[in-house]
Structures are given as structure tokens and as C-alpha cells.
Design a binder for this molecule. Structure first.
Ligand code: LLP
Length: 440
């Protein structure tokens, strides 16, 4: 079985996470249910901070909120001493609603709207990670209207292409994100930033992609960014004090996956920055990293109730569950693969090969093709592992399926951190025009 964090099989033969029996959690909160091992998330936060502390003098660990963001998550981050990356007004609002300190927020995105920028400026977010010249001009003029100065990191495309799914590669030249180095766009934007009165250039940012299993591409990006810092120091005579290297460290989805440990990833980056600073005779910049998936991914599982089981003779057995692509889009979008088990039969040997189908009206809504499980019956609980990142945050209401509830589990206690959506929630924003109203 695929056990991570605090997972154990208890005496009843049920899977337990954070000291909570999943069969009991299903009874208490219903299914589908997202369960997050809080101690594991906190443990990952601490590993990043500890590794950084041991390897580099001046750093910040910023959680990429797009992986999973709720108000409770913001509280956890603040308690653990992490900063926060947001990419939309909605993520920013979530953080503000959790009283998360705005000065620790990094505001990303390739198309920040006027309203979003105004909200960020008025609440005093720490840094804007600016993605284009157009955005620099917009932030400058809005900051001017408010009589404020905005702190800027320029997002650069380092031109590094890691080995990961094409949809989640971001550092290559043909990307909607960032400013090219080789085509001169980065330098042009830098000059623009220096020229505009209401902007304060603090440093650079880059992000090469996600779910990456090698440490070399990160070190390569770090080295390219340091060369750019040198170029800027020589040609513009300015000192760049901050370098944000983005996120991207991969996690274990399948038994065979072996991503590098956090410490190895951090050492690779820290070593390269120190070496380049030394080679180029530059002061050490403050380093930021922005992990998302590797902080929450393995800490989460999705729990589903089995409904209809259908045999296609000689072909396969479809085991349908009460969720699917509406609560985990990753298999449909990226052909992402997962491991699974039966939470209520966790002590039984895997006896049959089945495929786990979602309930959406879409042939592509298959959560897992071909997985070995103990004999499955209606009412069993399928648990899918490593679903803490980019599942709840990418959930939709396709087929008008309500989004699941989310619970944090820790030391035998469970806390509801997101309520299950109700049917009433689904129609809350629907309006019926007057002319369509039914008469009495
Ligand atoms: N920083 C920036 C600027 C990013 O764009 C991202 C992810 C991160 C940090 C965090 O990367 P992580 O450590 O989580 O790999 N929906 C896709 C992943 C999209 C990642 C987008 N950016 C998936 O489900 O695989």
C-alpha cells in the first residue's frame, strides 16, 4: 500500500490518517471528501525553512497558494512563518479574509486587472511580480493615483525547459509568462521599471515549471538568473537584492516515483547562487522559493464512496465513485496517474484489477485506469493518494456537482476547513429574468 505521512492501517483494517479512521470521517462528513494531514503540511514547511536556514543566509519560503488555498491554510502558513504567493484577486481576498499579513504576499499573474491591482495596492501587498511592460505601466499609474510606491520583482523567462508535462512547463521562451532574456524583453522592461516614478525595482523572479524530479534545471535557472544580475550590475550599475526562483519540486504520486528530497533541492540552488556570487563578485541576494505541490500534495487524499460496478466482459470492470473530474481534474487534463486503496479494506490483499470512474457525463472522466484493489463492492470507500495539491483548487461544478468538503486531521482530531457545497450554493447566483417568471 501507498502510505505517507501519518497514514497507518488500524486494527479494524481501516486506513487512518492523522489518527482519524477514514471510515469514521466518511460517516461524519460524507463523501467525496478531501482529507489533509495537517502535521505533514507543517512538517514540510519546517523542512523547507530548516534546509534554507542551514544552507543560505538570507531567504524566504513562499507558499504558492494556487496548489490549495483556504482561510485555515493561510492561518497555518502564518503560524509556520511562510510567505504567500497569490495569482488573483480571489486568492488575495482569501488571504486578507484570514488576516494574513499583506506585506508577506507576493502578487503574481500575467493579466492582473485594474481592480486586482487596486486591491493589492490599497492593502499594501509586499511585492508585485510583474509579467510585462504593460503591467508595469498599469501598476505605476494606479500606484501614482494612490500616492504609493509599488515594490516590483520582474518575472524573467530563463529559457530552461524541464522534463515535465508540457502544460506545466513555464520557463521556456514561447510561454505566456514572463519576459525573455535572449530577445531583450527583460532588459527593456527593467529600463522601463527604473524610469517609472511609482515603482521600486526589488529584484527578479523566474519559475521553470512544476512536478520536476531533477535538481539540475533549478540550479541551471539559478545560474542564468545570476548571470543576468551581473549583466544588470555592469550595464546599469544597479544592485539587485532579491531573487525569487519559483516553485516546482515534484512529489510522489506513484509508488515508483522518487522525487529528490527537499534538502537536496535547496542545497542545489543555494550552492549555485553562492558559487555564482563568488565568481561574479556580487553580494548574495535574498533568495525566495515558492513551493506549492511539495508542501501539500502528499498530505492530501480524496475519499469516495463506491456506487455502481459495471463489468464490460473480457475488457474491464468499471467501479464508479461519487466524485470525479469535478473534484480532481488532473487525470482528465494531464493524464495524471494516482495510486488508490480501499479505506475500509486496507488490510486485505489486492485481488482484482479495476478502473475507477468518476460520475461526470464525460467518457474522459476516469480517475484511475487499471488499479489493483481488494474485491470491490458497492459502499466501499476508495481512497486516492497524493491529492492535496491542484485538486480542490481546480475543482468545478461541472454537471452541477457540489464541491466536496475539506478536513484537516491531526492527532486524532478532525476539523472541517471547507464546508461541502450544498444544492442551494449551486443556485445562489442564478437569476430568472422577470419575463420568465411563472405566474400564480
Ligand atoms: N510559482 C509560480 C510562479 C508558479 O506558477 C507555480 C505553479 C508555483 C510557484 C508552484 O509550483 P509547484 O511547487 O506547485 O510545482 N495545475 C498543475 C500545476 C500548475 C502549476 C502552476 N504554477 C497541476 O495540477 O499539475
Amino acid at each position: 500500500m501507498f502510505l505517507t505521512g501519518s497514514m497507518v492501517v488500524n486494527q479494524k483494517g481501516h486506513l487512518e490518517i492523522g489518527g482519524c479512521d477514514l471510515v469514521d470521517l466518511a460517516k461524519e462528513y460524507g463523501t467525496p471528501l478531501n482529507i489533509m494531514d495537517e502535521s505533514m503540511i507543517r512538517g514540510r514547511c519546517r523542512s523547507y525553512l530548516k534546509s534554507m536556514e542551514a544552507n543560505y543566509p538570507d531567504f524566504e519560503v513562499i507558499y504558492a497558494g494556487k496548489a490549495f488555498l483556504t482561510r485555515a491554510m493561510c492561518r497555518l502558513l502564518e503560524e509556520e512563518g511562510l510567505s504567500l504567493d497569490v495569482v488573483s484577486g480571489g486568492e488575495l481576498y482569501t488571504a486578507l479574509k484570514a488576516d494574513y499579513p499583506p506585506e508577506k504576499i507576493y502578487f503574481h499573474g500575467n493579466n492582473k486587472t485594474t481592480e486586482e491591482i487596486n486591491l493589492a495596492l490599497s492593502r499594501g501587498v509586499g511585492r508585485f511580480v510583474a509579467d510585462s511592460q504593460g503591467e508595469l505601466e498599469l501598476i505605476d499609474s494606479l500606484a501614482g493615483e494612490m500616492g504609493k510606491r509599488a515594490n516590483i520583482l520582474l518575472r524573467i523567462k530563463p529559457g530552461v525547459v524541464p522534463d515535465t508535462h508540457q502544460y506545466i512547463q513555464t520557463g521556456q521562451i514561447d510561454s505566456k509568462f514572463g519576459l525573455g532574456l535572449t530577445d531583450g524583453q527583460a532588459m527593456e522592461a527593467l529600463d522601463k521599471c527604473l524610469e517609472l516614478d511609482n515603482l521600486e525595482l526589488k529584484g527578479f523572479h523566474c519559475h521553470i515549471g512544476s512536478q520536476i524530479f531533477q535538481t539540475e534545471p533549478f540550479a541551471l535557472a539559478a545560474s542564468i538568473m545570476m548571470s543576468f544580475i551581473r549583466e544588470v550590475a555592469l550595464s546599469r550599475n544597479i544592485k539587485i537584492g532579491e531573487l525569487n526562483l519559483g516553485g516546482g519540486l515534484g512529489i510522489r504520486y506513484l509508488k515508483k516515483d522518487s522525487p529528490p528530497p527537499i534538502d537536496e533541492y535547496v542545497k542545489g540552488i543555494a550552492h549555485m547562487i553562492k558559487k555564482k556570487a563568488d565568481d561574479y563578485n556580487l553580494p548574495l541576494p535574498r533568495i525566495m522559493i515558492e513551493p506549492g505541490r511539495s508542501l501539500v500534495g502528499e498530505a492530501g487524499v480524496s475519499l469516495y464512496r463506491v456506487g455502481i460496478i459495471k463489468d464490460v466482459p473480457g475488457v474491464r470492470r468499471y467501479v464508479s465513485v461519487d466524485g470525479g473530474m469535478s473534484d480532481n481534474l488532473r487525470p482528465a487534463l494531464y493524464k495524471a496517474k494516482y495510486e488508490a486503496a480501499l479505506a475500509n479494506k486496507a488490510d486485505q490483499p489486492s485481488g482484482e484489477k479495476v478502473s475507477v470512474a468518476g460520475k461526470a457525463c464525460e467518457s474522459g472522466d476516469m480517475l484511475i485506469w487499471d488499479v489493483q484493489l481488494p474485491p470491490v463492492e458497492r459502499g466501499d470507500l476508495v481512497v486516492i493518494f497524493s491529492t492535496g495539491a491542484y485538486t480542490y483548487s481546480m475543482a468545478s461544478n461541472y454537471n452541477r456537482l457540489p464541491r466536496p468538503a475539506v478536513v484537516f486531521v491531526r492527532e486524532g482530531n478532525s476539523d472541517l476547513v471547507v464546508r461541502r457545497e450544498s444544492y442551494e450554493d449551486l443556485v445562489r447566483n442564478d437569476l430568472i429574468p422577470k419575463r420568465m417568471e411563472k405566474g400564480d
